[in-house]
Design a protein around this ligand. Structure first.
Ligand SMILES: Nc1ncnc2c1ncn2[C@@H]1O[C@H](COP(=O)(O)OP(=O)(O)OP(=O)(O)O)[C@@H](O)[C@H]1O
Ligand SMILES: [Mg+2]
Length: 247
């Protein structure tokens, strides 16, 4: 697929002739220089942005609009400030018009899964950044999506919280068995999480290389194998960052 944005300066090719197959229940990370089209690709899978050419299939069905089968979690905490954590998570089930007992049950289950059972009654302003992202993840899961699309979900968190969130997400993924597409700028995050790391080229975004990470989980961040793969991924990304002229 390709995506060309029409701008005042003329057409801007964000994604060019990109073809990618993601396997059911696999964890894929997208890495690449700023502006290479990662968010654009994710938004196209989510159905927020229409490809200029080509198409996206989920389980053989073409994507034409956003849908409950694809949950999204972004870097900013897009929670409704006037709703409690529980009410934020209940939103999907509410829109589906499930009976209220069921809405509550689903919200409780996913808040517990993200470790927030005790904070269900709190409003977003009463929660830390990490907690807010947990609510956002619970809210996405409450729709029972097949695919979880995550755009730098831990980008705004401090380093320690970020590692804890990676560990939690891994547990959730193992328990819930979703297909996850996860955008990050952190090589170590991608190595900790992914089955496949898709390294994109500088804009217009294409696939530069797909790095398969075959290490058993949970991965040891400082292990020689981990560090060796991290170095080679870093080299790939750096080549593209230099091409993009971002340094
Ligand atoms: N709605 C839009 N209209 C015009 N241009 C856009 C639009 N959205 C993104 N772009 C441009 O498309 C290119 C790809 O943007 P995108 O946000 O997908 O990159 P990215 O890889 O997610 O970058 P980052 O790592 O900084 O988040 C950029 O040059 C950006 O300026
Ligand atoms: Mg982006």
């Amino acid at each position: 697929m390709s995506k060309v944005y029409v701008t005042r300066q003329g057409p801007m090719i964000a994604v060019h002739d990109l073809s990618l197959e993601m396997r059911h229940e696999h964890f894929v990370c997208l890495l690449g220089p700023s502006g290479c089209g990662k968010s654009t690709l994710l938004s196209m899978i989510a159905g927020f942005v229409t490809p200029t050419s080509g198409r996206i299939l989920v389980d053989g069905r073409p994507v034409t609009r956003p849908g409950r089968d694809r949950g999204v979690v972004f870097q900013e905490y897009v929670l409704f400030p006037w709703r409690t954590a529980r009410q934020n998570v209940e939103l999907g089930p509410l829109l589906q018009r499930l009976p209220s007992a069921e809405q509550q049950q689903i919200a409780e289950r996913y808040l517990a899964l993200v470790g927030l059972a005790e904070h269900a009654h709190k409003y977003p302003r009463e929660l830390s950044g990490g907690m807010k992202q947990r609510v956002a993840i619970a809210r996405a899961l409450a729709n029972a999506p097949q695919v979880l699309l995550m755009d730098e979900p831990f980008g705004a968190l401090d380093a320690q919280t970020r590692e804890v969130m990676q560990e939690e997400l891994l547990k959730i993924w193992l328990a819930e068995r979703k297909t996850i597409v996860f955008v990050t700028h952190s090589i170590s995050e991608s190595l900790y999480l992914a089955d496949d790391i898709v390294v994109m080229t500088a804009r217009p975004g294409r696939i530069k290389e797909i790095v398969r990470v075959d290490l058993p989980r949970p991965r040891e961040r400082g292990s020689p194998e981990f560090v060796a793969i991290a170095r080679s991924v870093e080299r790939l990304v750096k080549e593209e960052v230099l091409k993009a002229g971002l340094v």
